[in-house]
Design a protein around this ligand. Structure first.
Ligand code: TEU
Ligand code: CA
Length: 565
């Protein structure tokens, strides 16, 4: 295999991934819900941006308790999204444009409406019983099997009346956890994976994959538990065995990529999942920088003091060091589970365009495969929630039920949830300034962000200085420079409170210096003497020739990329 900077070259390391949340991308039949035919209409837009791989959030049959992350048939398409014929056509159209497609594999749990669960709950001796995880209710005892809690509020156990046993659900009670200890479950999932790979799908994003192996005996949280449930549930003793089996039985037979949602993994535990010598997954993504604004013992509460750029930079350095030459990372600053990246890491009030471009610069110059979440290439922002009804997400609805029990008022709840709500990222794509932004002519399933008349794709495509074109040019820069893909990463100033400055250096010393001003104040930044910059190749501000190029006056959210040499 060809190498660069001592790393094996692979197509998925050199690709740009674009995540589509199909419900919110483009509606083609005016029922207010995005669909597969809608995606087909927008493929040229993605190809022109420079996208190589499209990742679709779940499209399989689902009652949509958690918007498709609750699958009731792994080999059929969700009614609202279209038909298998639509899917086949979508795949053809994607390939025609030299792009690839990966799907979301949600296999830690199914929907309670999946026929496996419908069967399993009927009786203790049903052939599907052991597809799920059951524990008896002890006589005269209300106590739950253990003290585990669900990610979306409340206990992780639900009593099934017919057989008087509890089943485990780490997410909502309509998402029962599958029992991966049962070889039949694993074979059923592998069969499904092959079904889609045989159609020509190019790989999988694997939902909460570190949870598939549970701690033996399902022990309660310890007395000194720190509250980090993701870490507690992840990385069970058979996780690697299952992933290696999946690789042998399925993945090794195709030229595909896999990305694991690395929930609960750490820089210590993640490398073993993606080390290419071990043959498990191609890459993972982690949440260490995405969770910096949250309390460590409670993911759904913001840290009142916020977080510092120094902490943020340390995450990138730590992970880069941990992953080394044989593992591969994903670089993302937003997805369907978090508020909008420009509103979290940038400044959507006064420097929306500048800071969206700065964040794009980070995405496209870091070591790892970049992921663009739909709409981030337009600088889409967080939306406004005024009433409880404005939230759609089951997570928020469940928390609200718990909140109401405490008798506290809803305005405080809304204020708190505004900082974490996933619905920010799920408002429909803003295509143009016509009603509902060209997303639908019907009633959208979730209200649009009211700023769509000014922030939309049509506007971006007509402005050469737009965030969209900035992405397009940066993507081209990355693709033409292997040093930006494989080059060694070094943070040259980890302690600077406002500047993120790093180099990416390739095989023969060629490479780049990236300087990002993560703040509103002008900073005169002194480039260390040992770095010889050659020329400015990219910037989000108009270029002004410097008299003394070793001291740079950086404006608010200014981003610069220099070539070295
Ligand atoms: O997310 C798992 C996960 O990390 C979330 O519970 C996360 O903690 C939360 O969304 C942050 O607000 C995956 C999917 O990405 C998510 O959409 C699903 O709801 C979840 O799994 C269950 O399938
Ligand atoms: Ca539709």
């Amino acid at each position: 295999m060809q190498k660069y900077a001592s790393i094996n070259r692979r197509w998925w390391k050199e690709s740009i991934i674009y995540q589509i949340y199909p419900r919110s991308f483009q509606d083609s039949n005016q029922d207010g819900v995005g669909d597969l035919r809608g995606i087909i209409q927008r493929l040229d837009y993605l190809r022109d941006l420079g996208v190589d791989i499209i990742w679709l959030s779940p499209i399989f049959k689902s009652p949509n308790d958690d918007n498709g992350y609750d699958v009731s048939d792994y080999e059929d398409i969700m009614n609202e999204f279209g038909t298998m014929a639509d899917f086949d056509e979508l795949l053809v159209e994607i390939k025609k444009r030299q792009m690839r497609l990966i799907l979301d594999l949600v296999a830690n749990h199914s929907s309670d409406e999946h026929r496996w669960f419908v069967e399993a709950k009927k009786s203790k001796d049903n052939p599907y019983r052991d597809y799920y995880i059951w524990r008896p209710q002890l006589p005269d005892n209300e106590e739950l099997p253990n003290n585990w809690v669900s990610f979306f509020g409340g206990a992780a156990w639900e009593l099934e009346p017919a057989t008087q046993e509890y089943y485990l659900h780490l997410f909502t009670k309509k998402q029962p956890d599958l029992n991966w200890e049962n070889p039949e479950v694993r074979q059923a999932i592998y069969k499904t994976m092959k079904f889609w790979l045989d159609k020509g799908v190019d790989g999988w994003r694997m939902d909460v994959i570190p949870f598939i192996s549970k701690k033996p005996g399902l022990p309660s949280f310890p007395a000194d538990f720190d509250g980090d449930i993701g870490r507690f549930y992840a990385n069970g003793p058979r996780m690697h065995e299952f992933l290696q089996e999946m690789y042998q039985e399925v993945l090794s037979q195709y030229d595909v990529m896999t990305v694991g949602e690395g929930i609960g993994l750490s820089p210590e535990t993640a490398p073993e999942v993606v080390d290419e010598r071990r043959q498990e997954l191609s890459m993972i993504y982690h949440f260490d920088h995405m969770a910096l604004d949250r309390k460590t013992d409670n993911f759904y509460h913001l840290r009142p003091e916020g977080f510092s750029l120094i902490e943020f930079k340390a995450v990138f350095a730590r992970w880069d060091a941990a992953l080394g030459d044989y593992c591969w990372n994903s670089i993302l600053l937003g997805n369907h589970d978090f508020p909008r990246m420009v509103s979290r890491f940038g400044n959507d009030a006064d420097f929306r365009v500048e800071s969206a471009k700065l964040l794009a610069t980070l995405l496209m110059t870091m070591k790892g495969t970049p992921y663009i979440y739909q709409g981030d290439e337009l600088g889409m922002t967080n939306t406004l929630f005024q009433n409880i009804e404005d939230f759609d997400d089951v997570q928020i609805r469940n928390y609200y039920q718990e909140w109401q029990k405490t008798g506290q008022d809803s305005q405080t709840f809304i204020a708190q949830m505004t900082g974490i709500a996933r619905d920010h990222a799920r408002t429909p794509m803003q295509w143009n300034n016509s009603s509902n932004a060209g997303f639908t002519e019907g009633t959208p399933w979730l209200a649009l962000n009211p700023n769509y008349p000014s922030i939309n794709a049509q506007q971006a495509l007509s402005n050469p200085d737009s965030i969209y074109y900035y992405y397009q040019k940066l993507i081209a820069l990355r693709k033409h420079n292997l040093a930006l893909i494989y080059g060694k990463y070094t943070d040259i100033d980890p302690q600077h409170p406002h500047i993120f400055a790093y180099t990416r250096v390739g095989d023969k010393g060629e490479g780049f210096l990236i300087i990002l001003n993560f703040g509103v104040d002008v900073i005169h930044y002194q480039i260390p003497n040992h770095l010889k910059i050659s020329q400015l190749v990219f910037s989000n501000y108009p270029f002004i020739a410097e008299k003394n190029p070793q001291v740079l006056p950086l404006q608010a959210y200014e981003a610069r990329v220099y070539s070295l040499g």
